[in-house]
Design a protein around this ligand. Structure first.
Ligand SMILES: *Cc1c(COP(=O)(O)O)cnc(C)c1O
Length: 383
């Protein structure tokens, strides 16, 4: 079986972990946490890094740090991981969804503009307070229009850069945009700590606020007396030790993923029935967080069928995100009633991704390519 993901842990991970054990520093108080925060911030050109226990927690802390009022609204893509909408809902706020671009799968900035013009410009909706910009699968969201609209309407930006380690937008690092940005270090991201996440910001007050939220809102004066409810979102020194070792290899990791992406594209380019990831846009070169494919409409089966047939051939794969407006949990809460986002719906049903981990060898990628080709041929889609 070729697994859908396998991380590469061949640098200083063991050495730094041994340091944690040898010194006894294993909690979030250990020195690797600050080191990792400083190095991540430096890599992205931000003033502050706040390490947390995962990328979802980073998003929750980011939304909480903005001090929105219950009922305030945050605009985001319908096609994203549930963490994005969940962070907003958990703060008593409401996600406002926008459909995606059918080619690069990021939010459709034309539709985002229409939505804001309609809601704020025409309807005078004053509840919209922020935009969550979520970079999807390897190409960044087109940030310029988002920055311009945020500026025009006075909206905060949270940048979810969970999949964008080492990526840049028009030469500016992803994770450097907006009031706050967030990263994840889950094992399928370009940099992993097993579980982990980080908030980045240039704003001293927001950084302080995130540190406080991360650590139960402890305050000065009498310890264990609290004015506010925070979270325990702390990252351990063990996780940060792995992160520091991983970060040393970020450039090599990005180069490796790009080689993988190009190899898949070369191998699959001629196969009928498949839409492949663009290698670049006018503003960025793909870093292939995962290598996604979308079955064209004429293909007589969906992503779920393709994935189970690939599994029979020993190839792991994963479905695309499921859009927020079709999440049963949000439907039950009465959210997104009668809303449709056709591009997101299609991506969820026709899209899936192939084995894309950093440990994937060129030979394995070729084996996957052959299996996909055979599948399409056996099903009568390709000749
Ligand atoms: C992975 C991911 C997250 C969540 O990160 P976890 O560490 O798994 O909680 C959030 N947003 C996006 C876009 C992601 O890809």
């Amino acid at each position: 079986m070729i697994p859908v993901n396998q991380p590469l842990l061949e640098g200083n991970e063991k050495k730094y972990l041994a340091e944690c054990i040898d010194t006894g520093w294993i909690s979030s108080e250990g020195p690797f946490v600050t080191r990792f925060e400083e190095q991540m911030a430096a890599a992205v050109g931000r003033r502050h890094g706040i390490a947390v226990c995962n990328g979802t927690a980073a998003l929750e802390a980011a939304v909480a740090a903005l001090d929105l009022q219950p009922g305030d609204e945050v605009v985001m893509p319908a096609f994203a991981i549930i963490s994005c909408a969940m962070a907003v809902v958990r703060c008593g706020c409401v996600p406002v969804l926008v459909d995606s671009d059918p080619v690069n799968w990021n939010v459709d900035t034309g539709k985002l503009r229409e939505k804001l013009e309609q809601e704020i410009g025409k309807n005078g909706n004053r509840r919209i307070k922020a935009i969550m910009a979520v970079h999807i699968y390897g190409l960044p969201t087109d940030m310029d229009p988002i920055l311009e609209m945020a500026d025009r309407y006075g909206l905060a930006i949270i940048e979810d850069a969970a999949e964008m380690h080492g990526q840049s937008y028009k030469g500016r690092p992803c994770g450097s945009f907006g009031a706050l940005s967030t990263f994840s270090f889950y094992p399928n991201k370009h940099i992993t700590t097993g579980e982990g996440g980080m908030l980045l910001t240039d704003d001293d007050a927001l950084a302080e606020r995130c540190r406080s939220l991360r650590n139960l809102c402890f305050q000065g004066g009498r310890r264990f007396v609290h004015e506010e409810l925070g979270y325990n979102f702390r990252m351990s020194n063990l996780q940060a030790a792995v992160g520091v070792a991983q970060l040393e290899r970020l450039e090599a990791f990005v180069a490796r993923k790009r080689r993988m992406g190009r190899r898949y594209t070369e191998g699959l380019a001629g196969v009928e029935g498949l839409e492949l990831m663009p290698e670049r846009t006018s503003y960025a070169e793909n870093i292939y967080w995962v290598y996604g494919v979308v079955l064209k409409d004429e293909v007589p089966f969906d992503a779920a069928a393709a994935m189970s047939r690939l599994a029979e051939r020993g190839i792991g794969s994963r479905p695309f995100f499921w859009p927020m407006h079709e999440q049963p949990v949000f439907r039950r809460m009465g959210l997104f009633k009668n809303q449709t986002f056709p591009v997101s719906e299609r991506l969820a049903r026709r899209g899936f991704y192939l084995p894309s981990g950093l440990a994937l060898s060129a030979e394995q990628a070729d084996e996957v390519t052959e299996a996909v080709k055979r599948l399409m041929k056996d099903e009568g889609v390709a000749k």
